[in-house]
Design a protein around this ligand. Structure first.
Ligand code: ZN
Length: 372
């Protein structure tokens, strides 16, 4: 089983599915469709929204499967060599090794396996291609425009190991702040208006809203990262415009909208604030019976109890939780997503597959017994 999962993962990794390569995104979704060619009893629906391809493959012709397996085939940018799988011992290093092409391979195999049963569960696989840039034309489109719903969504796009179930994620707000000035000669600054200075002083005011409280062990606070800055053309010229990009992660005591209003008020009217991505925090109730069922499958498989945790990163699960649909977020043992050292512990793949398999099977048995 491990080799089968890795073989699919390697094929997926070699397709360079960054947001700026639409052909590769389409080629990857083609690959997924081809994987299911010849499997009887599956319904394949391909979608494209604003150029972003997605596919939903299900055991029943419905927009409301009981269980939805959700993954994204896009990855963050990386140098070419990271698109060639590399093994060190039992670890696989590659872009997408754990975010989240190995998980997509597991989800694909799960659907194929269940589709071949004599009475398959109501199960669907939803793969999209824009999670890394906000998910608006992927999961958001499929859920809020096309109208997909489910009883539970399995989204293996968070956590660090199969026993780590993520029930809370911070919200995310990506903003661009832009200041306009009046250009002129650098030797006579009194004749112009310096856009960089306006931007810096607005940023300093925004910074005070985010005291540096978060640490590795106690990170449940709002945080701010200034990730990009640009402006000006020459040292001896007064810059006419300047802008910077901010990545804000926030805890559930505030909404994205409220935070945006607070920031806009704080920068004043000389700087404009543009919202580029916004996602409210994710919360799933640990007492949810489906979560409890999943946790029992973890314990049965690993011999140790599952833990329920909070994480800083966001994922497409927010489009489900905002509709009150519970999600389960967990993944194989892995780490360093988005870095050049992204890795997957291949020894945990089969455990993860078996946990998901047991969960789907038990879930389906429960549903069937409710019907009779
Ligand atoms: Zn991801």
């Amino acid at each position: 089983m491990k080799d089968v999962i890795l073989h699919i993962t390697e094929d997926l990794v070699r397709i360079k599915t960054t947001a700026d390569r639409p052909d590769e995104l389409n080629r990857c979704v083609d690959f997924v469709e081809q994987f299911f060619q010849g499997t009887e009893g599956l319904f394949i629906n391909r979608y494209t929204c604003a150029g972003k391809p997605a596919v939903v493959i299900s055991t029943q012709e419905t927009f409301t499967p009981d269980i939805l397996l959700v993954g994204h085939i896009d990855v963050v940018p990386a140098p070419d060599e990271l698109f060639e799988p590399r093994y060190e011992g039992t670890k696989l290093f590659a872009r997408g090794s754990c975010d989240m092409k190995s998980e997509c391979a597991v989800l694909m195999l799960l659907l194929k396996e269940f589709a071949q049963q004599s009475h398959p569960p109501s199960l669907a696989l939803m793969l999209t291609s824009d999670e890394e840039i906000g998910g608006l034309n992927g999961v958001n489109y499929l859920v809020n425009e096309v109208g997909y719903r489910c009883k539970i969504a399995l989204i293996p796009d968070g956590g660090q190991s199969p026993d780590d179930i993520v029930l809370q994620n911070k919200g995310v707000l990506l903003l661009r702040m832009t200041a306009k000035g009046k250009t002129g000669h650098g030797s006579r600054p009194w004749l112009g208006e310096n856009a960089i200075e306006k931007l810096l002083s607005a940023y300093a005011r925004v910074r005070t809203l985010f005291p540096n409280q978060a640490t590795a062990t106690d990170f449940w606070y709002h945080t701010l990262n200034i990730g990009m800055i640009s402006g000006g053309e020459a040292a001896n010229q007064i810059p006419g415009s300047a802008s910077c990009d901010l990545d804000i992660r926030f805890t559930p005591d505030v909404t994205a909208q409220a935070l945006l209003e607070q920031i806009t008020a704080c920068v004043g009217n000389e700087v404009c604030v543009e919202m580029r991505v916004n996602g409210d925090p994710i919360f799933t109730d640990p007492q949810d019976p489906f979560v409890q069922l999943y946790a029992s499958c973890v314990e049965e498989n690993l011999g140790t109890p599952a833990t329920f945790n909070k994480h800083c990163g966001s994922n497409d699960g927010r489009f489900f939780t905002s509709l009150g649909i519970p999600i389960i977020v967990s993944r194989p043992t892995s780490g360093d997503q988005h870095s050049p050292h992204e890795w997957l512990e291949t020894e945990s793949l089969v455990d993860f597959y078996e946990i998901c398999f047991a969960f789907i099977q038990k879930f389906n048995l429960n549903i069937e017994s409710e019907k009779t």
